[in-house]
Design a protein around this ligand. Structure first.
Ligand code: NDP
Length: 466
């Protein structure tokens, strides 16, 4: 029976949720999974949706179950598995059949796969929102040939999250553009999470607040300009009690953060692009450092713990929220600046306002502030977001709080790498005459690299030997 409108391979956490979402939106879907029993269990547990789902046992049966020209989503681990799956699938497909890699591929792999596919239809799409997003509405960032995207856009838009009725599923550009935007999303996600973790540390160790008060603070912040999914869940995490010990959940969680690498890709690509994203880099460094628990314990034994406790009322939660607002704007300004640089470098014409729009719902960094960012980028996509009138005004009102929080944290030994790097970025970005003239002098001194003179002339040399 070849009647399913779309097929999906890989019924793991994300694939199963996405398949149910597709069926729930009224599309007939064929599914195949490497482990047969998983397919059987998936169909058996699909309830009323099983009418729209065709579970298949072989790849041949799977392909035959989809109406040509076919569209097939891969939701398998990124890397070699995707190449192997494409290699197994292509011989069974016709020249118009479309393969869509919806996993977290490195965009350079997606570029390569698109080139290897040649005329054969191939898309790489970034899907954000975790399991719940995949089931009830993810944010979808598409990359590849626009005509191939248009073939499946109605399905992807239908299953995506909606922001005030607008679907969060957008074509970003050719080849790996969708996976690139997803990687930057994840880099920003790391930074957002790290800045919130720093605010948690200041409240816990600096202000001596208990977890109930911390939870209430996040719940309060979630009603104002910081309103976002990550602030919301941070409040819920802080409010949760461990059923085993009765202690706050956060007190029993080891302070070493893992990562799957997509945030790291953002930092690596930023170096290739010479794009300054210090807050995102600081967040990645902080995760790496968090995993050095033994070294940190030895350091505390050797040097003694920093006092960390802040003098009474020197930092209030209100000041802290303003610092976080400033840090967040600066972090997103860096992320969008990196996207703009990639757009030029790869010739993608990445739609910056549409990227802010596609992140407004469904994904992990979703927030109301992204709607304002979309407006600012629509107004002028070439301007650094921190200079957009609306955000410049907010920054003018909050950078003092960021400076105060960072300074007090430094004075009392509270580590705030992401907030501090945001402040350094801000100060560097408002310094017309910086200090790289010294670097240019040094480079010319030891390597005759040459420099430009402020009164005219490039490739000049200093009289160093004189
Ligand atoms: P899971 O580990 O839950 O599922 C992996 C799926 O891939 C299973 O169906 C598995 O089949 C299949 N698979 C694994 N190895 C092979 C192979 N060699 N050949 C064929 N099939 C294979 O992963 P997730 O669902 O979490 O992730 C899938 C993709 O989605 C990844 O790229 C991930 O990075 C991305 N992603 C994940 C998110 C998340 O929150 N989890 C969010 C956004 C993207 P089997 O049952 O036989 O093992």
């Amino acid at each position: 029976m070849s009647n399913a409108e779309i097929g999906l391979i890989g019924l793991g956490t994300m694939g199963a949720a996405l398949a149910l979402n597709i069926a729930d939106n009224g599309f007939d879907i064929a599914v195949w999974n490497r482990t047969e029993a998983t397919t059987q269990r998936f169909v058996a547990e699909a309830g009323a949706l099983c009418e729209r789902i065709t579970g298949t046992q072989t790849l041949e049966e799977f392909v035959a179950s989809i109406a040509p020209p076919r569209a097939i989503i891969l939701m398998v681990p990124a890397g070699k598995v995707v190449d192997d799956q494409i290699a197994a699938l292509r011989p069974l497909l016709g020249p118009d059949d479309l393969i869509i890699d919806a996993g977290n591929a490195n965009f350079r792999d997606t570029n390569r796969r698109a080139q290897e596919a040649g005329e054969l239809p191939f898309l790489g799409i970034g899907v954000s929102g975790g399991e719940e997003g995949a089931r009830f509405g993810p944010s979808i960032m598409g990359g590849g040939n626009r005509t191939h995207w248009d073939r499946v856009a109605h399905i992807l838009k239908a299953i995506s999250a909606k922001y005030k009725g607008e679907p969060c599923a957008t074509w970003m550009g050719q080849e790996g553009a969708g996976h690139f935007v997803k990687a930057v999303h994840n880099g920003i996600e790391y930074a957002d999470m790290q800045m919130i973790a720093e605010s948690y540390g200041i409240m816990r160790d600096g202000l001596g607040l208990d977890h109930g008060a911390i939870a209430e603070t996040y719940a309060e912040w979630d009603k104002g300009p910081l309103r976002s999914y990550l602030i919301e869940i941070s409040g819920k995490v802080a409010a949760t009690t461990d059923p085993q010990t009765g202690q706050p959940m956060l007190d029993v969680i080891v302070d070493a953060a893992g990562q799957k690498g997509t945030g790291r890709w953002t930092a690596i690509e930023a170096q290739h692009l010479a794009a300054p994203i210090p807050t995102i880099e600081a967040a990645i460094v902080a995760r790496n450092l968090s995993s050095q628990r033994d070294a940190r314990t030895a350091g505390e034994a050797l040097f003694g713990a920093a006092p960390r406790r802040l003098p009474h009322d020197i930092v209030t939660v209100s000041t802290l929220s303003k610092a976080l607002i400033a840090g967040k704007i600066l972090c997103y300004a860096q992320g969008f600046d990196m996207i703009a640089k990639a757009s030029d470098e790869f010739g993608w014409a990445l739609p910056l306002p549409a990227i802010a729009e596609v992140w407004r719902a469904g994904c992990i960094i979703r927030s109301d502030m992204l709607d304002d960012m979309a407006d600012a980028l629509r107004d002028d996509p070439n301007r650094n977001l921190m200079m957009a009138p609306n955000f410049a005004k907010i920054l003018s009102n909050t950078h003092g709080a960021l400076r105060h929080v960072v300074a007090q944290s430094a004075m009392h030994g509270l580590a705030t790498p992401a907030l501090s790097s945001g402040l350094a970025y801000f100060d560097a970005m408002r310094t017309a005459r910086g200090t790289a003239n010294m670097i240019q002098g040094q480079r010319d001194f030891f390597g005759a690299h040459g420099f430009a003179r402020i009164d005219g002339g490039t490739d000049q040399h200093g009289p160093w030997g004189a």
